[in-house]
Design a protein around this ligand. Structure first.
Ligand SMILES: C[S@@+](CC[C@H](N)C(=O)[O-])C[C@H]1O[C@@H](n2cnc3c(N)ncnc32)[C@H](O)[C@@H]1O
Length: 454
């Protein structure tokens, strides 16, 4: 097998990015755009020692789950990866992906449950970060990154973003461009505006706008401030406006300096009956409706008793802990982002929660404090970022010996790695994937573990 050869391939699975997987002479071949069960004629575009990549040349047998993508830029835009697969099949594939990763780690686990999907899996994102860039002619535009690139593609309507956010971003970017502001140019770190970050409370409809600029002096630019004042005047749902400065040549979207320009310093939204204040730098689940499903799955799986103490690790604005607070004796949370902890403390008051305490700092540094204070958890809930848990935190979690662990993960690969370490003392009792990000490869999983009886 060599580059440019064409072969008939049977697709035996779909991988982490929904790419088709085939075997050719015992070598794994990734076939982007192919679906399990399909047979294709494909041309090898890359052949490595351990794997190859092939491009579909001709469809021989088409999957009955193949559907027409609904977005004009599908395949080019880096946002969605599975619009060509029927939604119910995407949910099956997400559960299968989790199973494959668990099997690779040789974990012992009960049947992975069906991924809990959305009734209407469209327009679900409550937060968007649009890059504003210059094209080769120096014209500025907002849009979405092309696949594996930092070039931007304009899209009139994104079917997974909230429509109001989409329309507002377009209006604001046009005002900025008309007034002479330039999109960021990564090559020479020039230009004015790097990103427009817009968040909208799903239930409250309150909007926060953050303009991320490339130069500190823009914070005081009267033309920019006037544009922002004007857009607030025209859109009364905009409750909060910030300018953020990021002068570094990095992939990080937000820089350190955050200047409050207009309105409140935060917006709010509801998850279930609980109201949460959200500030520009604090994490909040991007799919509000499914966040309620996610937290409900966690609550039901943990079977909490009223006398139990829960650690809410990687707690963000306190959303999981507050959601569980009525079922438990006490909640202790740890979160690295100071602003999010400030929000968590406001959220406790707002929701009349009297049994929760949130600490700012990293889990790995702060978890020891609970030991020093002789606080013993009955349940530990973790919801780490994509990189998962670090070994130090896992050692502490094991040493605390809680009866149950609830692991909420947005990355099944690091989840399965961490479960392997927790398996020494814990038995996996329930695994429920929840689709927080329809039409993308991202997969959220709630796993519940119980202390093994010795
Ligand atoms: C996936 S979010 C979950 C937040 C929250 N549980 C929720 O459902 O909204 C992960 C959170 O972990 C925080 N974080 C990242 N690294 C951390 C660390 N080492 N220690 C504590 N918190 C951390 C992030 O700031 C973020 O708020």
């Amino acid at each position: 097998m060599k580059k440019n050869d064409v072969s008939k391939l049977e697709i035996i699975d779909n991988g982490m990015n929904f790419e088709g997987i085939a075997k050719n002479n015992n070598m794994v071949v990734f076939v982007p755009g192919a679906i399990i069960g399909e047979t294709v004629l494909a041309k090898f575009i890359k052949v490595n020692k351990n794997y190859a990549i092939a491009k579909i040349e001709q469809m021989i047998t088409e999957s009955r789950y193949r559907v027409k993508p609904f977005c004009d830029v599908f395949g080019k835009c880096g946002g969605c990866s599975s619009q060509h697969i029927e939604y119910d099949m995407q949910l099956i594939l997400k559960s299968k992906l989790v199973k494959n990763l668990f099997d690779k780690q040789k974990l012992k686990y009960p049947k992975i449950e069906n991924t809990v999907g959305m009734g209407l899996p469209y327009y679900y994102r409550n937060k968007v970060q649009y890059p504003m860039r210059q094209d080769s002619k120096g014209n500025s535009k907002i849009g979405f990154y092309l696949k594996r690139s930092h070039n931007v593609i304009y899209n009139n309507c994104c079917y997974i973003q909230n429509r109001v956010i989409d329309i507002l971003a377009k209006e604001l970017s046009e005002d900025l461009i008309k007034s002479g502001f330039k999109g960021y140019n990564e090559e020479d770190n020039s230009g004015d505006i790097r990103h427009l970050l817009i968040r909208r409370g799903y239930h409250t409809k309150e909007i926060m706008v953050v303009v991320i600029v490339n130069k500190e002096e823009l914070v005081y630019d009267s033309k920019l401030i006037d544009i922002l004042k004007n857009i607030v005047r025209k859109n009364e749902c905009i409750k909060s406006v910030f300018i953020n400065v990021n002068e570094n040549n990095t992939n990080e979207i937000l820089g350190d300096k955050l200047e409050h320009i207009l309105g409140d310093e935060y917006i709010s939204d509801y998850i279930g009956d609980f109201k949460f204040f959200i500030s520009p730098k604090s994490f909040f689940q991007v799919n509000t409706l499914q966040a309620e499903v996610l937290y409900s799955v966690l609550k039901e799986s943990l079977l909490i008793n009223k006398d139990e103490v829960i650690f809410d690790l990687y707690s963000g604005v306190g959303s999981i802990g507050i959601f569980l607070s009525k079922e438990a004796k006490k909640i202790y949370g740890i979160e690295i982002e100071k602003e999010a902890v400030k929000m968590a403390n406001l959220n406790i008051i707002e929701n009349n929660v009297t049994n929760a305490e949130y600490i700012a700092g990293s889990v790995e540094d702060k978890i020891e404090e609970f030991k020093i204070r002789n606080i013993k958890p009955d349940i530990i809930v973790v919801d780490p970022p994509r990189k998962g848990l670090d070994e130090k935190s896992i050692k502490y979690i094991l040493a605390f010996n809680p009866k149950k662990i609830g692991y909420v993960s947005c990355n099944p690969a690091t989840l399965s790695r961490d479960l392997k370490l927790l398996e020494s003392k814990y038995e996996i009792k329930k695994v429920v994937p929840v689709d927080m990000f329809p039409f993308t490869e991202h997969c959220e999983v709630v796993t519940t573990l119980e202390l093994k009886r010795s």
